[in-house]
Design a protein around this ligand. Structure first.
Ligand SMILES: [Zn+2]
Length: 92
């Protein structure tokens, strides 16, 4: 994530939100940490969800100004810093 570029950061947040909704990413119920178990098979679901949001002119994707490719790319790149499991799972 690029914290020096707030717009890019916001775009990654939208991508992560869609990845979560599609099941590509998961969130720990205990510590709220995001984790990534490599559910690549869910990426087509995330893509479909993203395109649906563009079709509906959903305010969540307004920041992309119609650039669908940018969002589809970020559905993948925004996952990179996300760990495989959360901390409480590692210690528990
Ligand atoms: Zn946890």
């Amino acid at each position: 994530m690029d914290f020096l570029n707030p717009e890019a950061h916001r775009k990654d947040e939208v991508a992560i939100e869609i990845d979560l909704a599609a099941g590509v990413l998961e969130r720990c119920d205990v510590c709220r940490t995001l984790f990534d178990r490599g559910h690549d098979e869910r990426l087509p679901t995330a893509d479909a969800l993203a395109l649906e949001l563009f079709d509906r002119d959903d305010p969540r994707v307004a920041i992309f100004k119609g650039d669908r490719d940018d969002l589809l790319r970020r559905l993948r790149t925004a996952r990179k810093p996300i760990p495989y499991s959360c901390l409480c799972e590692n210690t528990g």
